[in-house]
Ligand binder design. Structure first.
Ligand code: F0G
Length: 467
């Protein structure tokens, strides 16, 4: 079987020329094409997409807002996508026929009444990217990057992943008639995510290494084989993920929140949100910038350490360990992009403990929303930023929930059964977590037993959570 059906190998994106091009974030070199590793041919730093048509003179802000709004009542494929609806700020494929869409984006912005009460932040929202077609924010970037892979004629797409990227990539490859190769760390991704990749038909390799090892190997692979890499090093992914922020601002009637708080793993998403905020500000779509803050798990805190110990000048890698497996990353590829947007928006970078993550996840679940552990770092981080006085209760705060509750059922079950931290919790952590646990009750199948259980539950906690 030939590995490639690429129409023009060696210059994989030369057919994708529109008005956009690639700029190196290190030396600033501009290029109409990108090499297969999406790195600058001169200094090897990452590329970003730039487009001359995004200049404000070409795109009056009010016109853009009304075009985007009008598309919400259209039934055209591109308009039904919550990503391509904002296509004026995306690189344009040569033809709409190349677009692979699963109607991604269009994700809800929820209020969080219970967390509002406990934190004192009355205007507290969750932008739930876990409500995307494959259950995570990855779909917003994948629709764009997979489209350009298809346009360039690739037969194989590939990624290294902690689970969500692989699920998303496999789905979009399947929809677009491409084959997909998934490299995941063995034993360190949830079965839900792995099972998605299998069902969508990916060739799935569980490698005896961590995510960083998988990504390193992928970088080698794309130099040797004609596979198109769909990690967030791919700048088309970043472009698609920008729409999270555009859609969010539209949902806020273009009144910028004071703070947007996002989890940090490989740091593509924070880079994308930051890029979108800066572009929206430059286009006059928003009058000022929200502060973008990135939260990591204490055990996978490379960016926190990079900013604290190296003043953001060079990456401080770590040996990652966290039960929030989606962000179990020690050598984040987009650290430089993320560090820049944190600085440009005046945001913060913090770390939270495993117990704080578990508590925040259960609290988001108790709102009737739920999320996966990595997403819960945002609420845990907010509490920390409030204690530090970086966020004030009267400010408007948006938490970006990146993955669906169903993505990691093992974590959830272990939490509720009290198995997650076994006997390692101190008294105050135990007191904080206990009321959030709702373990299943095994009973004889008798009405009496159910009624007794109901009465015990009512006695133990007579107040409905939302009153
Ligand atoms: N939240 C979830 C649920 C994720 O899956 C990821 C990353 C992140 C947050 C961090 O986002 O990498 O852009 O900083 N997951 C990748 C994956 C690494 O392979 O699925 P980031």
């Amino acid at each position: 079987m030939p590995l490639s059906a690429t129409s023009d190998r060696g210059s994989p994106l030369s057919k994708a020329k529109g008005t956009f091009g690639f700029r190196c974030i290190g030396c600033g070199a501009l290029s109409p094409d990108a090499a297969q590793d999406f790195r600058c041919s001169q200094c090897k730093n990452l590329l970003e997409i730039t487009d001359s048509s995004w200049k404000s003179s070409n795109l009056p802000a009010e016109t853009l807002k009304s075009i985007w709004h009008a598309r919400r009542s259209s039934n055209q494929l591109l308009d039904l996508s919550g990503v391509w609806r904002f296509r004026e700020l995306l690189p344009a494929p040569e033809s709409a026929d190349f677009v692979i869409s699963l109607r991604e984006g269009n994700t809800p912005l929820y209020q969080l009444p219970q967390s509002s009460r406990t934190t004192g932040v009355s205007r507290l929202y969750a932008k739930h990217q876990g409500m995307n077609p494959t259950g995570s924010f990855k779909d917003a970037g994948m629709t764009v990057a997979a489209t350009f892979a298809r346009q360039a004629g690739y037969h194989w797409v590939a990624c290294a992943s902690t689970g969500n990227t692989s699920a998303s990539m496999a789905a979009y490859a399947a929809r677009g008639g491409m084959r997909s190769l998934v490299l995941v760390p063995e034993g360190k991704i949830s079965w839900s995510k792995l099972s998605q990749a299998l069902d969508y038909g990916a060739l799935t390799c569980q490698l005896r290494t961590d995510f960083d090892g998988c990504l390193r190997l992928l970088q080698e692979l794309v130099r040797r084989a004609p596979v198109y890499q769909l990690n967030s090093i791919n700048p088309f992914r970043i472009e698609g993920q920008k729409t999270l922020a555009i859609e969010l601002l539209e949902q806020l009637d273009w009144h910028p929140a004071d703070h947007i708080i996002v989890p940090g793993g490989n740091l593509g998403n924070s880079s994308a949100i930051g890029k979108a905020l800066l572009e929206m500000r430059d286009l006059g779509l928003i009058p000022h910038l929200p502060k973008l803050s990135v939260i990591q798990a204490e055990g996978a805190n490379a960016l926190v350490r990079t900013l604290r110990e190296a003043a953001g000048k060079q990456l401080v890698s770590v040996q990652p360990e966290t039960r929030a497996t989606a962000i179990r990353i020690g050598n984040p590829a987009s650290w430089e992009k993320a560090a820049r947007v944190i600085q440009a928006t005046g945001g913060a970078c913090e770390e939270v403990s495993e117990v704080e993550i578990a508590q925040a996840k259960a609290e988001i679940g108790a709102e009737g929303i739920g999320c996966e552990p990595a997403s819960a770092v945002t609420l845990a981080g907010l509490k920390k930023l409030l204690r530090q006085g970086f966020v004030m209760p009267e400010e408007t705060v948006v938490l970006v929930l990146t993955g669906n509750l169903l993505k990691d059922p093992d974590f959830t079950m272990e939490f509720h059964r009290g198995e997650l931290f076994r006997d390692t919790l101190n008294e105050s952590d135990n007191a904080a977590l206990k009321p959030l646990r709702h373990p299943p009750v095994v009973l004889d199948a008798s009405l009496e037993a159910v009624i007794q259980t109901l009465e015990r539950a009512e006695k133990a906690d007579p107040t409905p959570a939302n009153v």
